[in-house]
Design a protein around this ligand. Structure first.
Ligand SMILES: [Zn+2]
Length: 302
């Protein structure tokens, strides 16, 4: 018996002396920034210097594929839940509960999200989600979050209130995961149209907001330890989305920071539901069997 105890103790000591590779080399913070309705088709023309500097420093694809239908709640659910539509069961643009019962639910009564999974393995972690569209609240597992804040968009597509709230949160709490979801360029896509000067104006504006968030990590002293992930739920065509064109189905995925290899454009096929497993892999978090997404090994050097 005493021998067993000694072995257990010495294994614990060894584990402390040699933290896992993921913990040693990976990020201490992940900031996920979502732009609702940001289609990959826009990137050749988009004036987004902050996003492009992340692309230059990390790994990216313009071919990440949405799940069907190419609308908001369905795809944000897949981003956070690591599974496709049929698994999580959210099937409409504004689904607040799944129309198809989720194939599995956590103790919080919702399909396990990245926040659910991290919370179960890091009980004390600071995990936050900030967003403009209140529909996000139903897709993140708020019971797993330390903080979830809905910030109303100001008039004329003013997202500064959300950015200010995110900057304050990052500076105050230096969270393990911060998800920040802007509700544009979707609004302008619906009102004026996708692939219009007004759409590109909003993309340039949002890039400036992203720059403020990057700057906040510098002020908080966590820039070197932070992975930035920027992506979207769906694109659009004309004044809508939800259909099967690649303008609607392909969205950018940009990642940079510790643990992300600077491989530039990714050759792998990447799905919407690969984002959550990739965040988990970066943080050394085990993922549930019900997730079908895979970590993007090419970006992680694995
Ligand atoms: Zn959307």
């Amino acid at each position: 018996m005493r021998l067993v105890e000694k072995i257990v103790v010495s294994l614990a000591v060894v584990a402390m002396m040699f933290p896992s590779v993921a913990e040693a080399r990976g990020p201490k913070h992940v900031i996920f920034i979502g732009l609702d309705g940001w289609g990959s088709y826009s990137m050749p023309e988009a004036d987004m210097p902050n996003v492009k500097s992340l692309m230059d420093a990390g790994a990216w694809t313009l071919r990440k594929r949405s799940v069907l239908p190419s609308s908001s709640a369905i795809n944000w659910a897949s981003v956070f839940m690591g599974v496709g539509t049929e698994g999580h069961g959210y099937t409409q643009w504004g689904s607040r509960t799944p129309e198809i019962p989720s194939i599995a639910v956590s103790e919080h009564g919702i399909f396990p999200t990245i926040f659910t999974v991290v919370r179960s393995q890091r009980p004390d972690a600071e995990l936050g989600a900030l967003y403009e569209w209140d529909g996000i609240a139903y897709l993140v597992d708020t019971l797993a979050l330390s903080r979830h804040i809905q910030v109303e968009e100001g008039p004329d597509n003013d997202s500064q209130p959300l950015t200010d709230a995110a900057v304050e949160y990052i500076r105050d709490k230096t969270p393990l995961i911060t998800a920040i979801i802007y509700d544009n360029p979707d609004h302008v896509g619906h009102s004026v149209g996708h692939d219009t000067p007004a759409y590109y104006d909003v993309l340039a504006y949002l890039d400036g907001q992203i720059g403020q968030i990057i700057e906040a990590t510098r002020q908080a002293g966590i820039y070197e330890k932070t992975v930035f992930i920027v992506s979207a739920d769906h694109g659009g065509i004309g004044t809508g989305h939800g259909g099967k064109t690649l303008s609607e189905m392909e969205t950018p995925l940009v990642m940079a920071g510790p643990g992300i290899k600077n491989v530039g454009e990714l050759k792998s096929a990447i799905m919407q539901f690969d984002i959550a497993p990739t965040i988990a892999a970066l943080l050394g978090i085990r993922t549930p069997q019900v997730w079908t997404g895979r970590p993007i090994g090419e970006a992680l050097g694995r």
